[in-house]
Structures are given as structure tokens and as C-alpha cells.
Design a binder for this molecule. Structure first.
Ligand SMILES: Cc1cc2nc3c(=O)[nH]c(=O)nc-3n(C[C@H](O)[C@H](O)[C@H](O)COP(=O)(O)OP(=O)(O)OC[C@H]3O[C@@H](n4cnc5c(N)ncnc54)[C@H](O)[C@@H]3O)c2cc1C
Length: 375
């Protein structure tokens, strides 16, 4: 079976890793097309994932820190989520991508600096046209299946009819070095603030190691305006944590919210940011990517029934999370919450529920409402 993968970001790489792991005995010929010169190296993502995602990504060697407490600030309400075991982990994304590449390159052929320009599903094969960016030539090759993991902008995905519901935001963060060492309890604590100056925005503060912190922002603002807002957010977080920074380093990229309508179209599959596979509340893409990679491998291994069930489950989950994010932008909810008499709620978070923001938020809202009716 000949398979082409378009894009060697985390979606493409984790799909190739899964495919080669599950197809040990059957012969698969995998070609990965990538416009960049190398994989890894690029810093853009915060790298916060659940325990199951660490396992699925084969990333336990790349864990930098773990967290068992989260302060979630929703307007003027403070929710403290705690757990006896870590529920979230920070992985070093660029080193991990490099590792996935090294793990797979013996069995998959990586074609760097090749931009895929067109894909035509002919029914029994797929014709993939690409430009070799070294000599500028236009070539083509024939495959049984093609997996599109081009990230954003999702030009091929849209052209081929995957048409996910997709919203694009700026995601930027400062990695800062603080002037004091964080205590052990501070190091295990995540902070998230929802609804800053505009309804779709949120910000986070992630301790990385003794003196390093990641302070980030998702916003609909672009360019300098987004950076100005991040500067304000940075100062606010520094005040909250009572630290000052000595150095800072800015990185980020496009952050997606939305949900996929389909994962498969005939002999084509679409995965990752290209198909809006994100938990819209937190904009986390890695958990849906590993889940969808597994589903695509099931399709390719002929397990149609299981694959269809898993596809539906993932689509529904991402759809619910998108609706939830829309609900959080809804002014009426803010009003409702502001009527609750208390402003701090605590509850235990089971680590296995970390990826299920829809469930978690419902729990938060119900707890708030119940508390209100008891007071
Ligand atoms: C600031 C920020 C923080 C984030 N934090 C988290 C987090 O904490 N946890 C989490 O789970 N997610 C997080 N995310 C989201 C996560 O990073 C993305 O969902 C994920 O990286 C998407 O991976 P991808 O492989 O789909 O896309 P990409 O990483 O964009 O990869 C696409 C690849 O395809 C290549 N390509 C594109 N077009 C073509 C073409 N025509 N031909 C050949 N190659 C092509 C590109 O060069 C690129 O290498 C964050 C994102 C940002 C920006």
C-alpha cells in the first residue's frame, strides 16, 4: 500500500509513527512531503498535554514538568482544580518532533522542500502533484491513500472539500526567566484566565522549571496589537506571582478553534489544524491529533467499523467543545455567573478527565449554580 502524507508537523509525524507501529507485518510505503528543510526546531506551541496523550505520542522522555493544580479564572470567579496525581504534562515539542522523525525515517521516506500543490482522487488511486522547491520542477506521483496534515492555512483541505468549521486566532507567548526560584507548589500549578479584554481571548501562565515561565495569550488581535496585549498580560501575571523577569523570548503561531465535519473523503484523509481538530476551549490540538491518527490507521488496516465509531466520537466531542467555547463568549453567562454569591470554588479533577473540557465546564457551571441555590 502506497501512502502519501502532506506536512511533517506533529499531525503528520504522529500519524506516520502510529501507522508504522501498527502495520509492522504488512508492507506500507510511506512518503512524507514537507516544505520546510527540517522537522522539529520550530518553537510555537506550549506543549501541555494529558497523561494519555503523552503515552500516545510516545513522549514520556520529553516531559519537562507536570501539574496537579490549576487556577482557572472565569471573569471574576476563581476555580481551583486539584488532583492527587498529575493531570497535565509539559513536553518539549521541538525535541519530541525531532524524535518522532528519527523513529520513523528508516521506514518512511521524507521528501523535504517539496510543496504539494494539488491532489486528485481518481477513485482507485490518488494523483499527487508537487513542486520540488530546490529545482523548481513540477512532478507527480500516484498513491493508494493521501493524508493531508498541512496545518493552517488549510488550502488543500478546503479545496478537496473537508470544509471544517474553522476560526483562526493569534497565539503568542513569552518564555521568561524570573528573578526568583519558584517553590515546588508553584511549579506544579497552572493558571488560566478566560475572557480578558475581548470575549474570545484567554491567557495562561505555565511554570516550566525553577526560574522559567511561559506566559501566553490567544487573541483575535493581530501583529503589534497582539504583542501589546501580551506585554500587559505579562506584567499582570508577574504581579500575581510576585516575580520579575530578566529575559524574555517571544514565539507563537496561528491558533485554531472549530471542529471537523469529516475525517475521510474517499481515498483522502485530513488531520490536525488543517481539519480544525482542536479542543476549542483551550485550543489544544495534540489530543485530537493522536486520536484521529489512530482512527485513520484503523481505516487503512481495514477496521472500517471501529474506525467509523471512533470518527463519530471524536467529531461529536470536538463539536461539543466548540459549542462550549461559544457559550463562554456569551454575555448572558457572565451575568449569570456574576450573581453567584461566592467567588472561589474548588473541586477535585480526575486526571483522565483533563481532555474533556466539555464535561469539566459543565461540572464547573453546575457546581456554581448548585452552590448558589444552597446559599
Ligand atoms: C501558541 C500556541 C500554543 C499552543 N499550545 C498547545 C498546547 O499547550 N497543547 C496542545 O495540545 N496544543 C497546543 N497548540 C496547538 C498545536 O500546536 C497545534 O494544534 C499543532 O501543532 C498542529 O499541528 P499540525 O501538524 O496539524 O500543523 P503544523 O504544525 O502547522 O504542521 C503542518 C506542516 O505541513 C507543512 N505544509 C503545509 N502546507 C504544505 C504543502 N502544501 N506541502 C507540503 N508541506 C506542507 C508545514 O510546513 C508544516 O510543517 C498551541 C498552538 C500555539 C500556536
Amino acid at each position: 500500500m502506497r501512502i502519501a502524507v502532506v506536512g511533517a508537523g506533529i499531525a503528520g509525524l504522529s500519524f506516520v509513527y502510529k501507522l508504522l507501529r501498527y502495520s509492522k507485518k504488512s508492507s506500507v510505503d510511506v512518503h512524507v512531503y514537507e516544505i520546510r528543510r527540517l522537522v522539529g526546531l520550530r518553537k510555537h506551541c506550549a506543549g501541555i498535554v494529558s497523561r494519555s496523550t503523552v503515552y500516545e505520542l510516545n513522549a514520556s522522555k520529553f516531559i519537562e514538568n507536570y501539574y496537579d493544580e490549576m487556577y482557572f479564572l472565569l471573569w471574576d470567579r476563581v476555580f481551583r482544580l486539584y488532583s492527587r496525581y498529575p493531570f497535565a504534562y509539559r513536553i518539549s515539542r521541538e525535541v519530541h518532533e525531532q524524535h518522532l522523525y528519527e523513529e520513523t525515517r528508516d521506514r518512511a521516506q521524507y521528501l523535504f522542500l517539496k510543496r504539494v500543490v494539488d491532489i486528485v482522487d481518481r477513485g482507485n488511486t490518488v494523483l499527487l502533484k508537487y513542486r520540488d522547491l530546490i529545482d523548481g520542477s513540477l512532478r507527480s506521483d500516484e498513491y493508494d491513500y493521501v493524508v493531508i496534515s498541512e496545518g493552517y492555512p488549510n488550502i488543500l483541505a478546503m479545496k478537496l472539500g473537508f470544509n471544517p468549521v474553522i476560526e483562526v486566532f493569534t497565539g503568542i507567548q513569552y518564555e521568561v526567566e524570573s528573578d526568583r526560584r519558584l517553590s515546588l507548589s508553584e511549579l506544579r500549578r497552572l493558571y488560566v484566565v478566560y475572557g480578558l479584554n475581548e470575549k474570545s481571548s484567554f491567557s495562561w501562565c505555565i511554570p516550566l522549571s525553577g526560574r522559567r515561565l511561559l506566559i501566553g495569550l490567544v487573541t483575535s488581535l493581530r501583529g503589534l496589537k497582539a504583542i501589546e496585549l501580551l506585554d500587559k498580560v505579562l506584567h499582570r501575571w508577574c504581579r500575581v506571582l510576585n516575580v520579575w523577569y530578566t529575559k524574555r523570548f517571544l514565539y507563537g503561531g496561528a491558533v485554531i478553534r472549530g471542529y471537523p465535519k469529516r475525517i475521510r473523503l474517499g481515498r483522502l484523509f485530513c488531520l490536525g489544524d488543517a481539519n480544525a481538530m482542536v479542543k476549542s476551549v483551550s485550543c489544544g490540538g495534540l489530543a485530537p491529533i493522536v486520536s484521529a491518527s489512530k482512527t485513520i490507521v484503523e481505516y487503512l488496516m481495514g477496521k472500517e467499523k471501529e474506525a467509523k465509531i471512533h470518527e463519530e466520537k471524536l467529531k461529536k466531542m470536538l463539536f461539543r467543545q466548540y459549542k462550549l467555547y461559544r457559550l463562554l463568549c456569551f454575555k448572558g453567562l457572565k451575568l449569570l455567573m456574576s450573581r453567584a454569591p461566592m467567588n472561589r470554588i474548588e473541586f477535585e479533577l480526575k486526571p483522565e478527565l483533563y481532555d474533556h473540557h466539555d464535561y469539566l465546564f459543565m461540572r464547573i457551571l453546575i457546581d456554581t449554580a448548585l452552590h448558589r441555590s444552597f446559599v
